[in-house]
Design a protein around this ligand. Structure first.
Ligand code: HEM
Length: 396
């Protein structure tokens, strides 16, 4: 393999897995474009890096999301951009709010939103499934989680898009002002939620966060705000892409769809295999704090590294015939949600949203056919359809 691969080239976006396989074989740790990131492609190396936050630090995320032109961004101080001991303290404080009780409370709300959204999908004619299904469900759920009024749920995606575009460091002043305005607007709305819950506690996640105490410690105002921003960014686009991949597999694999229609209890298995086969988070960034060595390759200190979950999940050394979609694989693979101290806090919620969303979808529609070319999103870290033209055919 010669020259640097561009992981954002359109042909690679359409199918990155062939390129990952080449890298795993011939250059398991190497630099790629854009940005000269060092990518780690083999399953065991990705896990080893996730397990070693002393050497593979998360603070790069902080730096990338707080450029001088932005001024202020609560997201960059959130726990995903922190290492121990700061991360440990924050994680301990928020953990309980995401426990089984919170999930049980949310289940009814997820079903309520899924039913309303699926009822609005037109039958028998072309519709962009991102607009009609894969975006509105996670937007409503994340809006609910952070306590926003339903009228504000549709703004969540714009805020999240503006926040994630910061690390691309746009040069245009108009665009920069749009992003600053989005940060101000999101912060103002979340401040209202926090003030309201302080005055009138409810049985919900925001109230639990306000009341969280561990060894006499609680979350300060700025920490609460940072965590709400983190939920918005971490919980939305990821779940949109999970649902997008699920719908795409249902269109490509009528045999799989038939099995799921005959037996809904197979849905969790289906979702796990979609998460492995098309992980919505393809890569997580790290910064080396010292020289590191993986698969015999030395990575210098201070290097920007990407742990390629997308590649690890297709590694034949870990998953037999890794490029094949196979719902009958045994064993649990949690890597789509990361590994170690930053393991996804929202994994049970994402799995719940996907299961309920698909249950409701399959109870209304019998099959789904493509209605035009799928357009992939443009990002190093998350992968999924930006436009997904589908015709949904009703049950007969
Ligand atoms: C299919 C959907 C999702 C996927 C694939 C996913 C994936 C991930 C991954 C790979 C990480 C690890 C980050 C790292 O190691 O630096 C992570 C962290 C995180 N996720 Fe998720 N996520 C999903 C949904 C959600 C949802 C729905 C929420 C919340 C409502 C959420 C909240 C978080 C938070 C707060 C963290 C940071 C944890 C920490 O820094 O300790 N995620 N997620």
């Amino acid at each position: 393999m010669s020259g640097r691969i561009n992981l954002l080239a359109p042909e690679v976006r359409a199918n990155p897995y062939a390129v990952y396989a080449e890298l795993r074989r011939h250059a398991p740790v190497c630099q790629v474009d854009p940005g000269g990131y060092w990518v780690i492609t083999r399953h065991d190396d990705v896990v080893a890096a996730f397990k070693n936050p002393q050497l593979f630090s998360n603070v790069g995320m902080r730096m990338a999301t707080k450029p001088a032109w932005l001024g202020h961004n609560p997201f960059s101080d959130s726990m995903i951009g922190q290492d121990p001991p700061q991360h440990t303290r924050l994680r301990n404080l928020v953990n309980r709010a995401f426990g089984p009780a919170a999930l049980a409370r949310l289940e009814g709300r997820v079903r309520h939103y899924a039913e309303a959204i699926v009822a609005r999908i037109p039958e028998g004619r072309e519709v962009d499934f991102v607009d009609a299904f894969t975006l509105p469900l996670p937007a409503s759920v994340i809006g609910e989680v952070i306590g926003l009024e339903p009228s504000l749920h549709s703004r969540c995606k714009r805020w999240a898009d503006d926040l994630t575009s910061i690390s691309a460091n746009p040069q245009d002043e108009k665009r920069r002002e749009e992003i600053r305005a989005a940060v101000r607007e999101a912060e103002a709305e979340m401040a209202k939620v926090l003030a309201l819950r302080r005055r009138e506690p409810r049985e919900d996640l925001v109230t639990e966060l306000l009341q969280a105490r561990v060894e006499g410690e609680s979350l300060g105002d700025a920490e609460l705000m940072s965590f709400m921003f983190l939920l918005l960014v971490a919980g939305l686009e990821t779940t949109i892409h999970l649902l997008g991949h699920c719908v795409r597999v249902l269109m490509e694999r009528p045999d799989v769809l038939a099995r799921l229609r005959a037996d809904r209890s197979l849905l969790p298995r289906f979702i796990e295999e979609v998460l492995r086969y098309e992980p919505p988070v393809q890569a997580m960034g790290r910064l080396t704090t010292a020289e590191a060595e993986l698969s015999g390759v030395r990575i210098p200190a201070g290097a920007k590294v990407m742990l390629l979950i997308g590649s690890a999940n297709h590694d034949d050394a870990r998953f037999a015939d890794g490029d094949r979609f196979d719902m009958d694989r045994e064993g649990v693979n949690n890597l789509p949600f990361g590994h170690g101290i930053h393991f996804c806090l929202g994994a049970p919620l994402a799995r719940l949203e996907a299961r309920i969303g698909l249950e409701v979808l399959l109870s209304r529609f019998e099959r789904f056919t493509p209605a035009g070319p799928l357009e992939w999103n443009h990002s190093f870290t998350v992968r999924g359809p930006r436009v997904l033209p589908v015709i949904a055919h009703g049950s007969t």
